[in-house]
Structures are given as structure tokens and as C-alpha cells.
Write a protein that binds this ligand. Structure first.
Ligand SMILES: NC(=O)c1ccc[n+]([C@@H]2O[C@H](COP(=O)([O-])OP(=O)(O)OC[C@H]3O[C@@H](n4cnc5c(N)ncnc54)[C@H](OP(=O)(O)O)[C@@H]3O)[C@@H](O)[C@H]2O)c1
Length: 375
């Protein structure tokens, strides 16, 4: 039985993971749960899954609980140090997940990775420490599976599919409202990633994530818009064969795969509606419009520049999304704010993970400063 620690258990991925674990109690034991601020949900989960330890980034626990409790970033670090676990599902959102994911990567036999921002900003460090990383992101899970269809040197290109979010075929994006950006056509996800899907920054971050996971050069990583979200990504081999993984748009599938790989769990037998019906299936693919969605272009640029650029890109995006959701900047200002922050940033290449955290902090400060100047 695998002993599992979940970072970000109260979020969309965390809850889906707990559902998978509930369905396969004979395979997994939840030993640790870590969340941000949602104490009520965390305690509800703890009552149900009976972990050995839980942590909150912010908040206070009642006294005399039947498990160890930890609070704050230091608390999360101590939980990771003290808890005995085999597998960590890293699903904290945003750059807050970098350090916890990195600490867990030093200890876990397997890192089931959802927190793409950790790889985007600190890929070099996490790759050095992690023993095994299995992607949770549906696109990367698809690529991971498709790569088994040939040798690494036979790969011609990796093709990440993007749903395109709610606006890929809408003309004017100037007046997009937060509630419109939060309505994803195919996936139910946290707020940040949902807005990132609408700007295509999520795909940009995924391009960088794919670079670290699969060690392919940026020019071999392509993006296509696939509004149906059925083909989760593809690998083209040098003989012209395209290998893809398809399935319904439900994160339980890639989560279950990351938890149980190389075994495939009988998920469709225990959870309804996860089996894809093929009749009448429509699969469309379009080229992304980089002028309309500059975030994707910015992400490629940051990846090619390397060094501190992806961290600044990600930090500025986090600030931009937050300001957009608060109604303080327009949807179309998101890429402008990221680009200006990238242009005005000048750091040394980070030599250790603490320097990545410092760059993230400074980039966010800079982005806020720029946005203030605009208003
Ligand atoms: N959702 C998806 O379908 C999906 C698909 C692919 C990849 N991902 C990636 O998975 C990650 C999580 O996404 P999500 O959609 O699940 O996000 P979400 O619903 O917003 O959940 C975020 C989780 O992180 C926790 N958290 C936030 N700040 C924290 C902090 N400082 N310390 C500890 N925990 C903290 C939250 O806790 P509280 O709620 O308690 O504050 C919550 O448990 C992201 O990196 C995203 O890009 C998500």
C-alpha cells in the first residue's frame, strides 16, 4: 500500500485525488494533507481519511486532534521532514507550491506533479532532487504515455493540445469580464488556472513544463487548439506516426495514472461517465493565434531565454490574474503587464532554490508597481 502525502488537498486537484483514493482504498493510504487557508475542508478531509499529520499555510487548529498539526510555511516544511510517505501529489496552486514541492521531491519515491509552476520556476532544482516525476497535468500525462510508443531520439515533435478556453474564437477580448473568463468550456479547475486557460498562459506554462519533464528543445514543442479536449496531447515520431492519448476531460484519469503507474486502475468500473463514447465524436484542431493570445508567445520567449525569465513570467502572470479578477486591470492588460515586467527585470541566474523564491517575490513587486503606475 502506498503512503500518500497530498499538497493542496482542498483544491480542485486535491479533491479529485482524494476521490480516486477513496475508490481505491486497498491501494493507497493518505498519511498527510496540506492546504492553504481552508481549515474547514481540511478538517473534514482529515476526519474521513485519518491522516497522521495535517498542515495549513495560514490558520489555527483546535487543540487535541488525533493527528499531528502544523501551521505556516515552516510547519509545512516540518511536516514533510517528519512524515513517512512514499508518494507526494504536489497540487498547491501557483508559486506558493515551489518550496513544498521541492522539499517533498527530496523525500518522495514518486512526485505526482500537478503544480506546474514549481517546474516552470525551479525545474532545474526539482529535476536534480526528484527520484521520479509522473505528470498529473492531462497533456503531460498524455505525452508521458505516448512517448512509450518509440525511442526518445525518434521523437519529431511534441504537440500539446489546448482547449483554447472560452475565447479562442471570440473577436474582441477588450471587454472580457472575470466571470466570463472563469467559465471554462470543458474543465472544472481552480480560478488561477481557469483564467490562464483563457489567456493561453496555461498552455505557455505547460510548454515550459514539457521542456523540463521530457527534455526536448522548445522548437520541438508545439501547441494546437483542440476545442473538444478529447485528444489530451500527441507525440509525432520520425516515421510520421502520431501517438495520442484520448479520454473524457476528467482529471481523475491522469491523477489515477500518476498515482498507480505503471499499473492502470479499473477506474471506469468504479466511477461512472469516465468511459469515452466514440460514436459521433468530432475532433478539430486549429493553429493558435499568437497575436490574439500573446501570453503563449511570451512563454516561448521566456523558455528560450531561460535563467530567471520563466520565474518572472510566472510571477507577473500571478499578479496580473489577481488584478484582473479584482477588476483592476483588463483581460487584455494581462499579457501587457507580463511583458513589461519581463522587460524591466534584470536578475542573476538563480544558483539555488531560495534565489528563485526571491526572484518570484521581486517580479511580483515589480508587476504591482507597473500596474499602479498604469492606474
Ligand atoms: N485543476 C485542474 O484541473 C488542473 C489541471 C492541471 C494542472 N493543475 C495544476 O494543479 C495546481 C493546483 O490547481 P487547482 O486547480 O487544484 O487549484 P485550486 O483549486 O486553486 O487549489 C489550490 C490548492 O493549493 C492550496 N494552497 C494555496 N496556497 C497555498 C499555500 N501557500 N500553502 C499551501 N497550500 C496552498 C489551496 O488551499 P486552500 O484552498 O485551503 O487555500 C488548495 O488546496 C496548479 O498548479 C494547476 O496549474 C490543475
Amino acid at each position: 500500500m502506498r503512503r500518500v502525502l497530498i499538497l493542496g488537498s482542498t483544491g480542485s486537484i486535491g479533491k479529485n485525488a482524494l476521490r480516486v483514493i477513496e475508490l481505491f482504498k486497498e491501494e493507497f493510504k493518505v498519511v498527510g494533507l496540506v492546504a492553504g487557508r481552508n481549515k474547514e475542508e481540511l478538517l473534514k478531509q482529515a476526519v474521513k481519511f485519518k491522516p497522521e499529520a495535517v498542515a495549513l499555510f495560514e490558520g489555527e487548529f483546535p487543540k487535541e486532534l488525533p493527528f499531528k498539526t502544523y501551521v505556516g510555511l515552516e510547519g509545512i516544511e516540518n511536516l514533510i521532514k517528519e512524515l513517512d510517505f512514499d508518494l507526494c501529489l504536489a497540487a498547491i496552486s501557483g508559486s506558493s507550491g515551489i518550496l513544498p514541492t521541492y522539499w517533498a521531491s527530496k523525500k518522495a519515491e514518486r512526485l505526482a506533479l500537478a503544480n506546474k509552476e514549481a517546474l516552470v520556476c525551479a525545474g532545474k532544482f526539482i529535476k536534480e532532487t526528484a527520484r521520479e516525476i509522473i505528470p498529473v497535468d492531462s497533456e503531460h500525462s498524455a505525452i508521458f504515455q505516448a512517448l512509450k510508443g518509440g525511442e526518445r531520439e525518434e521523437v519529431k515533435r511534441i504537440i500539446l493540445t489546448a482547449s483554447g478556453g472560452p475565447f479562442w474564437n471570440r473577436e474582441n477580448l477588450e471587454e472580457v469580464k472575470p466571470e466570463e473568463a472563469l467559465k471554462h468550456p470543458n474543465w472544472k479547475m481552480g480560478k488561477k488556472i481557469t483564467v490562464d486557460s483563457a489567456t493561453l498562459m496555461n498552455k505557455g506554462l505547460e510548454v515550459i513544463e514539457a521542456y523540463w519533464l521530457f527534455e526536448v528543445p522548445p522548437e520541438k514543442i508545439e501547441v494546437v487548439i483542440h476545442p473538444q479536449s478529447i485528444v489530451h496531447s500527441l507525440v509525432e515520431f520520425q516515421d510520421g506516426s502520431l501517438i495520442s492519448q484520448m479520454g473524457v476531460a476528467d482529471m481523475k484519469i491522469p491523477i489515477a495514472y500518476a498515482l498507480s503507474y505503471p499499473k492502470r486502475l479499473p477506474l471506469t468500473a468504479r466511477e461512472e461517465n469516465l468511459s469515452l463514447s466514440l460514436f459521433g465524436l468530432k475532433l478539430e484542431f486549429y493553429e493558435p493565434d499568437l497575436e490574439k493570445f500573446p501570453c503563449l508567445k511570451l512563454a516561448y520567449k521566456a523558455l528560450k531565454e531561460g535563467s530567471y525569465y520563466p520565474t518572472v513570467l510566472n510571477g507577473a502572470d500571478e499578479v496580473a490574474v489577481e488584478l484582473f479578477l479584482k477588476g483592476q486591470i483588463k483581460f487584455t492588460d494581462i499579457p501587457k503587464l507580463i511583458e513589461e515586467t519581463l522587460n524591466l527585470s534584470d536578475f542573476k541566474e538563480p544558483k539555488e532554490i531560495e534565489e528563485v523564491i526571491e526572484i518570484d517575490r521581486k517580479a511580483k513587486e515589480k508587476a504591482l508597481e507597473i500596474a499602479k503606475r498604469w492606474s
